[in-house]
Write a protein that binds this ligand. Structure first.
Ligand SMILES: [Fe+2]
Length: 576
């Protein structure tokens, strides 16, 4: 990692001159040639290849190929990039404060400075994924783009080591940083980078099983493995050592050989049957494919859904007892707009009507799906869904819908969200919508034991200042029937303090436990003190009381989704 990344404020190295800089043509040429040849000689001033990076040992042919690609890369940067950069893709504006990347961190002890870790969390680990670019972006960079880094906190398991947790930060082991120095999919520059990335992949003769995606979005535990998920590539597995808390990337997985194109990062696991459900959305038909796997990982269903007529983003979906539910939002993939209108690869199609598709959970064909128009309903995340009525004829969907979806990519600070409940009567086709709170809320989850079943409580991120999150809100969904604001309690961390998505962990297993009897886990950044901490909140308490706090040895950048893996699940991991 270059030194410019270790500082809070990015400093552009001399090689990253912008168009119009006073460098003379001969100096420009020398710089391009030297920087390109340096990669051949191994003296690159870009980030040195970390020990776990794939393809670090190159043949002579591969080094020449890399040099050739570096020359093309500089040419792309020089001739296809429009300066000044759009603010949404300017790394000088984006990679600052706690969005700036950090180096890897080996397992490091962290003191528990407040309270004690609850019994159900002991010996388990909270793991959170997020973008953390290895190299300084050479051109446009979006906050969704960086290489995935996992931050794991192994909690004490009792006994002599009960006084401290262990923090570890590791990159996912993918070829992403090798094939691309900058990957923002916007305009002609984005296309040129994409082509160049493919060229690098081919020229350096990388093992296709290593993948190109940044794997930076979510992390999940199923089939006795920790899976790292990104939408542009297959999942990766990692192994978290229960002994020392270190993270080891293990292999790229394709979920039964089917998810070869990546897909949704929000797979659903039935808490009763153990079945896993996934979707893949694609730039080419079929634009949406639905999968079902049994609890052992064997594929049961692969259902292409031909009635999706344009390439759309299906970031999340839901599965109830009898149905799979697919919200088709106005967020679409637009390669032509990217090529000819200097637009983003992902954009909001305001002419499109949002709709929700309901398909039998074990449908034999995608033609069985029924679509219901729900104009303006653009949920990027689903809190939960279930069925109501004597015959299960009403589907209820609770999700965080983006209010200003047209700003989702380019003006994230305007991208407010609201939690909505949508009820779909499958017989009468009547759709009713209820706004659950006036607060700006995003993400959203429930007690995992209630996934796909009726749940009373949901937990959502408070996002008055997107993309930052200043706290968590607890919603009582039953209040919706009384036409009252469903937020019953909120926990914020004070001025200048921001957190991540809060993950709910039940206090234990058993039917005698209340649904909200458990804990909310998240990382918190105090931007005033530039310090990070891990907090445990009591989800049942009247004020979401913080009952335990772990002081972290260095900051944890803001990121996306996390998961808690219990001590017993850590022991069940398959170390490949
Ligand atoms: Fe997500």
């Amino acid at each position: 990692m270059t030194s410019c990344f270790s500082a809070q404020t990015l400093v552009f190295p001399p090689r990253f001159h912008r168009r119009g800089s006073p460098a003379s043509p001969p100096r420009k040429f020398r710089r391009i040639l030297c920087s390109s040849l340096s990669s051949f000689t191994g003296e690159s001033n870009a980030a040195p290849a970390p020990s776990d990076l794939v393809s670090t040992k190159k043949t002579k042919g591969q080094r020449w190929s890399q040099t050739f690609c570096d020359i093309l890369d500089d040419a792309v940067d020089r001739h296809f990039t429009r300066y000044p950069l759009h603010p949404s893709v300017d790394p000088a504006l984006l990679l600052v404060g706690n969005f700036a990347p950090v180096d890897e961190l080996p397992p490091t002890p962290c003191p528990i400075v407040r309270g004690s870790i609850p019994e159900c969390l002991r010996g388990g680990a909270y793991i959170r994924n997020g973008p953390n670019p290895r190299q300084h972006p050479r051109g446009p960079y979006h906050l969704f783009d960086g290489d995935g880094m996992l931050h794991s906190l192994l909690l004490p398991g009792g006994g002599a080591d009960a006084s401290h947790a262990v923090l570890c930060s590791r990159y996912s082991r993918t070829s992403s940083p090798v094939v691309s120095r900058s990957f923002s999919l916007r305009g002609v520059h984005g296309i040129a980078r994409l082509v160049l990335g493919m060229l690098r992949f081919l020229a350096e003769r990388m093992n296709r099983t290593e993948g190109m995606g940044p794997a930076n979005t979510s992390v999940s535990f199923f089939w006795n493995n920790i899976f790292v998920l990104g939408e542009t590539d297959q999942p990766f597995t990692v192994y978290l050592s229960p002994e020392d808390g270190d993270l080891l990337s293990t292999e790229r997985r394709d979920l039964g050989g089917k998810l070869v194109k990546g897909g949704s990062v929000h797979h659903k696991q039935d808490p009763v049957t153990g079945e896993l459900f996934a979707v893949n959305y694609s730039l080419v038909p079929p634009f949406l494919t639905y999968y079902c796997f049994d609890s052992s990982g064997n594929e049961k269903l692969e259902v292409p859904i031909a009635s999706v007529l344009q390439p759309s983003i299906f970031h999340d979906f839901a599965v109830t007892k009898h149905y799979a539910i697919f919200p088709e939002t106005q967020l679409v993939m637009d390669p032509l707009g990217m090529a000819f209108c200097d637009g983003s690869f992902i954009r909001c199609d305001t002419r499109k009507t949002s709709r929700v598709g309901v398909l039998s959970r074990y449908a034999a064909s995608g033609s069985e799906i029924t679509w219901f128009d729900v104009p303006g309903f653009n949920p990027l995340h689903i809190c939960n869904a279930w069925e109501e009525g004597d015959d299960g004829g009403v589907v209820v969907l609770v999700g965080s819908s983006s209010v200003n979806l047209q700003h989702f990519v380019e003006r994230m600070e305007l991208g407010h969200g609201h939690i909505e409940m949508v009820r779909i009567d499958l017989k009468t086709r009547i759709v009713t919508r209820t706004l659950l709170s006036v607060m700006s809320l995003g993400f959203g989850g429930v007690n995992p034991a209630y996934q796909g079943r009726k749940s009373r409580y949901a937990y959502a991120a408070i996002s008055d200042f997107p993309p930052k999150i200043q706290g968590v809100a607890k919603l009582d969904l039953e209040v919706a029937a009384q036409r009252r604001d469903c937020v019953v309690v909120r926990r914020e961390f004070g001025p200048g303090c921001f957190c991540g998505e809060s993950f709910f962990v039940p206090r234990g297993e058993g039917k005698d436990l209340d649904e909200d009897d458990g804990y909310l886990l998240t990382f918190v950044q105090d931007e005033n003190e530039e310090k990070s901490k891990f907090v445990v909140m009591d989800a049942k308490s009247p004020e979401l009381e913080v009952i335990a706090e772990v002081e972290l040895p260095r900051r944890v950048p803001y990121g996306f989704h996390g998961v808690f893996v219990s001590q017993s699940d850590l022991k069940r991991q398959q170390k490949r």
